[in-house]
Design a protein around this ligand. Structure first.
Ligand code: ZN
Ligand code: MN
Length: 480
């Protein structure tokens, strides 16, 4: 069996107010081009960078959450390359001495826990953006523009060891990473908006232990495409190997439109960048106190939340995992569970009907939130046998609309469960008169016919009869 070997380099934009080395605003996604720039981030001669303290704190938070060693002394370097979106001609990064290294995260895989090692986390600045008129690349474009708003937006780059073993695992890891940076509040985690970006290295080792060259895939901008792009590469590399060909060491780009990877350039070597220490910034020294203070104030992390949900609410691991994958859903669940005192039912409804509505209508949990008191009332109506589970599901969208309580909706629509013996008996009597041969069959020992009569009563009462009661009464009356 061939073995797939994947490592990721993840860039996360930090949610600071201002950029990494100047006072321009850092949240530039929706801004008019070139409206959040200054002499520092556009690399004008004579300007000097000043490090944003918040960037350091956020990087330390991420490092601690990912079990890294925080280096009390780290150094900024220049990574030199030319591109129109990089007016300085170099990117400030941390190459030789990163702020954090040697960490890990655990990936849950059913009952198995896999340790994915984090090689390093370093601080760097983002580059600007090219906009090619009419196309998504310079080829065939009638004109190209540069928007420097993103220049100097702070990033952390998280580099994993090549510990991931499949495209699906790479995707799960990216999702875990997103949940982690979101829980920390250091990054929005929106891949679609470029706030979280992923470059993937993939190679394949054959049965004899020979490894193919490594291929780097860039330009992956959604969680789905992490998996798709790597599946494409896995397939392409395997095919090349089995036909006796050579896998070229290169950088390829995932094409969103054609759903394939396309060769960009043969891989440049690290030393092409001529890294050297940034002379305009001092060494970064962080104190033990700062690290301790940050460690003591880390928010609850996704895996900690999962364990707490299992403990505190006696939820199955599956429920706890689904609910904690989104901070808003998790806190909404807690609100509902604490109001209804029925955590498992709350989880069932939120994971089932509520999330189904969210997906179907593409709404956020904020938009479909049912008042927890209404959930409480709904559960009571079910428990008291006033409505069936099916009716509860039918009226749920009306509860989401939020104008009326479950009780009011049930009353208004005349949906209360029929518990009245006489109503059920009448309906049964009619069904028995309509089909006397079925009655005979039951009396001859064909128990299965019972279902027919139960169905007939449910139909006659438009699903409102209490099914348990119908069963009981049908059995008694059919015996004669
Ligand atoms: Zn600036
Ligand atoms: Mn980088």
């Amino acid at each position: 069996m061939n073995k797939t070997v994947i490592g990721l380099e993840i860039h996360a934009q930090l949610r600071t107010d201002t950029k990494a080395f100047c006072t321009c605003r850092a949240d530039v996604f929706d801004l008019e081009p070139n409206t959040a720039i200054c002499p520092v981030c556009t690399g004008q001669p004579g300007t000097l960078p000043v490090l944003n303290k918040k960037v350091v704190e956020f990087a330390i938070m991420a490092g601690l959450a990912m079990n890294c060693t925080i280096n009390k002394r780290s150094v900024f370097d220049r990574k030199n390359y030319f591109y129109p979106d990089l007016p300085k001609g170099y990117q400030i990064t941390q190459y030789f001495f990163p702020i954090a290294e040697n960490g890990y995260l655990y990936l849950e895989d059913g009952d198995e826990k896999r340790k994915i090692r984090i090689r390093r986390i370093h601080i760097e600045e983002d580059a600007g953006k090219m906009i090619h008129q009419g196309t998504d690349s310079i080829t065939g474009s009638s004109g190209s523009y540069v928007d420097l708003n993103r220049c100097g937006v702070p990033l952390i780059e998280i580099v994993t060891e090549p510990d991931l073993r499949s495209p699906a695992e790479a995707r799960v890891f990216m999702e875990l990473l997103r949940d982690t940076v979101r829980a920390l509040g250091v990054c929005s985690g929106d891949m679609e908006k470029g706030a979280l970006r992923c470059d993937a290295n993939i190679s394949i080792v054959d049965e004899a232990g020979r490894s193919s060259n490594r291929v780097e895939v860039k330009n992956i901008n959604s969680f789905k495409f992490v998996e798709k792009a790597l599946e494409f590469e896995q397939e392409r590399i395997s095919r090349t190997l089995s036909s006796g060909g050579d896998v070229v060491k290169e950088t390829r780009s995932w094409s969103f439109s054609s759903k394939e990877t396309i060769s960009m350039r043969s891989k440049e070597e690290e030393n092409d960048y001529r890294y050297f220490p940034e002379p305009d910034l001092p060494k970064l020294i962080v104190s033990d106190d700062l690290i301790k203070r940050i460690a003591g104030n880390l928010p609850e992390l996704p895996w900690e939340k999962i364990e707490r949900f299992i403990r505190q609410y006696s939820l199955p691991r599956y429920d706890a995992t689904v609910l904690s994958s989104d901070g808003n859903i998790a806190s909404y669940f807690e609100e509902v569970a604490q109001t209804t005192h029925k955590p498992k039912e709350s989880s069932n409804w939120i994971m089932g009907e509520l999330m189904r509505l969210m997906n179907e209508k593409e709404l956020s949990v904020e938009e479909v939130k049912v008042n927890p008191e209404h959930f409480k009332e709904l559960f009571e109506l079910i428990d008291e046998g006033k409505i069936s589970n099916k009716i509860a599901k039918d009226i749920f969208p009306f509860i989401v609309e939020g104008r009326k309580s479950p009780m009011e909706i049930v009353k208004e629509k005349g949906l209360e469960q029929i518990d009245d013996d006489r109503v059920i008996e009448d309906a049964l009597r009619k069904a028995m008169t309509d089909n006397p041969s079925a009655v005979e069959q039951f009396r001859d020992g064909k128990e299965g016919v019972l279902g027919y009569f139960v169905g007939a009563v449910m139909k006659a009462t438009r699903g409102k009869a209490n099914p348990m009661k119908v069963n009981e009464i049908a059995r008694r009356m059919l015996k004669g």
